[in-house]
Design a protein around this ligand. Sequence first.
Ligand code: FAD
Length: 312
Amino acid sequence: MFDVIIAGGGPAGLEAALILGRARRRVLLCDTGEPRNAVTGVMHGFLSRDGLDPAELRRIAVDELGRYPTIELRPVAVAAARPASSGFTVSLADGSQETADRLILATGVVDELPDMPGLDELWGRAVFHCSYCDAFERSDQPLAVIDTAATAGFYALQLSGWSPDVVLCTNGPAEIPEEERAGLSARGIALREESIVRLESDGDGARIVFDDGPPLHRQAIFLRPPTRQRSDLAAQLGCNAFDDGSIEVNDFGQTTVPGVFAAGDMARRPAMPFPAAQAIHAASAGGIAAAVADMELAGRQLADQQAERTVS
Ligand SMILES: Cc1cc2nc3c(=O)[nH]c(=O)nc-3n(C[C@H](O)[C@H](O)[C@H](O)COP(=O)(O)OP(=O)(O)OC[C@H]3O[C@@H](n4cnc5c(N)ncnc54)[C@H](O)[C@@H]3O)c2cc1C
């Protein structure tokens, strides 16, 4: 029996394993090796690792985990999880079963890209979701926001902090109030409301082809696709989810199911309007969940010892 089984070996799961290994807990980390940022070769905004290939971050992390004898890594999916008489039983995709006192889910999310020809090929290369991750390198270059949400204008305004040349493309007529249109125009942000037919590669940037009017070259395009959970483990266990699919956690990374933690892009606290969606935040959340899981286990051991003393 393990103390903790961690599903998912991205930044959240790897950091959780590191903290638990350092606490000398018996840890099983299962990972299928499909991180959200697999499409990109560069990770920005991670203190001391700014600009590193995320695969290299993972390699360094796995190397570091090798120093801790109580951590076991397995390249296998956690297919199912359920409560057991004590703790949880998980079924792995190789047919084996394992048990643990605590579970940490760190299985990440999948970006649900809109159905737009050409987008898949450009995702992570010239089309990005996170301005903090990828806008700085395109400072003062032609940028676009593709967005239809009520917050599209705000996103375009925010991006204009990186470049004076931002075009907001709404992929069809937009319901943007006159006041907001004036605000965008005052900031030099053009609006293209024609439907988008496709995106094309254009040098190391992209070209947006509309159903009417000239195509638009942009060095980078920002859009925020909805996400879905990469695994249904949290649903299997009955963890509460918000409307956007994020798993609800409290400040300690605890889900609504006792003994089950969630960390990284898959989870958020109620006060957060959306998940933090950056690797360093995922790692931090994994570390918090691990420390709290360790303290829960220590608290239970103490209670068990007290109960034994009372009986004897
Ligand atoms: C195009 C793009 C660019 C990005 N650029 C940056 C950037 O520059 N800087 C930055 O900080 N962030 C960036 N991000 C965001 C970053 O990728 C995420 O914030 C980060 O990967 C979240 O870490 P995580 O551990 O929560 O999940 P992930 O990294 O997605 O890892 C989850 C892991 O769990 C595994 N898994 C899933 N289900 C199971 C299962 N059932 N059993 C076992 N394993 C399972 C997956 O295979 C995966 O390895 C970018 C994202 C994208 C899409």
